[in-house]
Design a protein around this ligand. Sequence first.
Ligand code: ZN
Length: 614
Amino acid sequence: MKELNELAKKILDELVQIDKPLLVLAGPGMGKTYALAYKIKHLVYHKKVGPKEITVITYTNEAAINMRKRISLKGEKEIYVEQSLQPSIICTMHKLGNRIIKDNYLKLGLEREFKVLSSGYLKQILMADCAQIVGASRKDAEETITCRQNGNCNKVSDLKCKICDEYIKLLRKFNYIDHDDQILLPCKLLNENKDILQNERQKAKYLLVDEYQDINYSQWELIKLLSGDKPGNLFFVGDDYQSIYGFRGGDPKYIRNFEKDYSPECVVRTLTISRRCPPSIFKGAFCMAQKYNGGYDNLLNEVKFTEDSDANIKICNFDQQNIEADFIARKIREIGPSYEVLVLVPTLDYAFPIKRALKKRYVDFTCDYDIEKTDLYLINVLLGWLKNPSDNFLLRILLQKIIDRGASDIPAKQTDFVGREDSRTKREIALKQISDFWKDIGKGKTLYLKIKVLKNNSSFRELLNIISELRASYKNESTSCFIPKMIDGLKIWKDTSKFSEEINSLIEEIQGLTIAGGECNVRILTMKKAKGLQADYVFIVGLENNVLPRKNADNDSKAEDSRLLYVSMTRAKKELYLLHSEKRDKNITKTKTSTTERSEFVDAIPTQYVDVYS
Ligand SMILES: [Zn+2]
């Protein structure tokens, strides 16, 4: 252990001296973020670089906060940097981009108080509306979502980009930008204005980027622009096996192209001391990911482990999801509250039986919560719109929610998957009528005024009744009248069990937030949120084909799903359980059958690293 620590220090000391574009590759638990902090320390104290010349980019806000905390800890001498010398910019690329836009909003034709569209759900609705405005179907919008992030967004003759174009016009009309704009608009500014470019490059004279594997095309371009003529001061860390944000346009090809992008001067180094996983867990996860992603042929021989535990990966098969859930609860009870436990699920639907089993055994836990799918969210949207009836976007969400859950005469969302042809057409036509209103909303005309025009249209009668009655009772009556109207009109909380489930989940979440890192050591999360976390014990649920890998996966999505599993598996410090159940509720599998098949990923783990229980 001591020898390994000395070796690690020697490697880092050499690494931070490199004055060329540097990419540090390191697997999970191999000190990527530490290397970044080490570099900050080196720049500040050895090269005397000022706080205004270093920019540190992290992938999430949480990671930015953690980085600042880490370098502020006096106890960690090797990376401690006193407050006044710390880099002034440690943030996500979106935050950096937003600041550049704010400084130059006039050049972009924005008003000073521009707003940022942050709801992914609203973005989907607006994209689909815009698809219909340009004469396409709502479904066509699905593929358009990542168009701008992927950087293919200039061919306006393309149907997809006509949708993009219409969508951007719609956002700008209401003085909005979205998360993609937060990167794309700064790129435009830097490309077109030499003075802004010089100014921003000065602030990013030393540019340090964490999680380089997750960047998408536009983020790659922004980094290129900022690094400019002196790429000697670039310091990137990442691991292409941990690239899991394809749904945001993230693509490991940028990390794989690093040498091409920054040749001939650039250097790539690999960190190979593993400080988190027991050897079998890391090796098993690695071999599985390698089968689908290739590369790193000699890495397994080079990695050294500070943990010499001989714990193998535990693979458990169950007949039914309830037995599986009970197994997890029993194990967690045995483990006891002094260890950290992560339960990782493909989607939050998988969490329900586990939550029930944990409650039965009086185990405290926190669970992720998808607020946009709840009735509470719908109420919040409704109240927001009632308070501010000129907020067209809130009303648009409200309309979609009422329609989708089948509370009006317009066919519900499930029609798109299981409905008859004529119902599908009816739904598409009704939504087209709403979409078309965007063309002349603005300048005093609200969506509400436009939509009232439809009152004689039979499809809309019910929908309009619901919203006008809610408006009237909100204005004139007491809560004792308003609340029953709301429950009835929006069709929320039809039974008390759903009501209590939602309230419980919300309170669990709030409590979890307040005691994070405190006494509650069991967390249930979706796998996509596992990055950056670690725990003593990790349970991964849903190792089934059509889930992991996803249904009809081509080679690229299979590779991405294998990376998601790789990231999930390598969170474990002591023990790792991979779970599979032969039967699952259809409302979890979202298919016609409740029978499942064990994931091919499990078979891709070499048998010497696993113990099978059934
Ligand atoms: Zn496009």
